[in-house]
Design a protein. Structure first.
Length: 239
């Protein structure tokens, strides 16, 4: 199993890095989580990826839950979902054993301040579709900058500057500059180059010039941004 697992994981990570351009921290986290799952399969006597079914997944989650935090369990599930989608598309397994496995939810309220562990879980929830890249950029910028959702909704493309900072307008029309981490810069650049043009191409006659847009190329409203964050949190939150 170990040799097979290592080859499949390596192929998957190369595909993420090459075709999807995933961030380095995502690749590192996925690789670590998948190797842990492979070690579990060895211990459990499961002969290969194709022999994994829902009962194996549930045993793995039960074992993890004894020592891992709920957010760590959710992060592993996100990695496994992405990995098995790849295996099915590549015709390396016949079926996805996680299709009927639901991520447990721990509650509907979002914490006012996210811990790095919680943020890591949320950032792995969006996929690499145009909407997923947008949502990941939203989360990265919110966490890195401390900006309010209402401030994020008002950012225009022409106000991005050098990409390391953002000018946002808050309450009372007061303007301030917020700084972005390298991860936030990377996520925002990936969204702007790969995803926003796709989301904006159906707009007529022209897309709005706001940074974050919906599927019709129109400004993503404050309520729309709040909905995005809540949906991702529910998807990523265990319990």
């Amino acid at each position: 199993m170990k040799k097979v697992a290592g080859a499949e994981i390596a192929d998957f990570l190369r595909q993420l890095a090459g075709e999807r351009g995933s961030a380095e921290n995502t690749l590192t986290a996925y690789g670590r989580d998948l190797r842990r799952f492979a070690a579990f399969l060895d211990d459990d006597g499961v002969p290969g990826w194709g022999a994994v079914d829902a009962s194996v997944i549930r045993r793995y989650l039960a074992r993890m839950s004894r020592s891992a935090s709920p957010s760590t369990v959710a992060r592993h599930l996100a990695a496994l979902r992405s990995f098995y989608r790849y295996l099915v598309r590549a015709q390396r397994v016949a079926a996805n054993p996680l299709r009927n496995i639901r991520t447990p939810k721990q509650g509907r309220r979002l914490p006012r301040a996210l811990t790095p562990d919680q943020t890591g879980t949320l950032l792995q929830a969006p996929d690499d579709s145009p909407r997923g890249l947008r949502d990941r950029a939203i989360l990265e910028v919110l966490y890195a900058s401390g900006a309010r959702v209402s401030e994020l909704a008002g950012i225009r493309v022409g106000e991005l500057g050098d990409g390391r900072t953002l000018r946002v307008v808050g309450k009372g029309d007061k303007e301030r500059v917020v700084h972005l981490t390298e991860a936030a810069q990377a996520a925002l650049n990936e969204y702007l180059s790969r995803a926003r043009p796709v989301l904006a191409r159906t707009a007529s006659p022209l897309p709005d010039d706001f940074v974050f847009v919906n599927d019709r190329g129109r400004r993503l409203s404050v309520r729309g941004l709040q909905f995005v964050v809540r949906q991702i949190a529910r998807q990523a939150s265990p319990g």
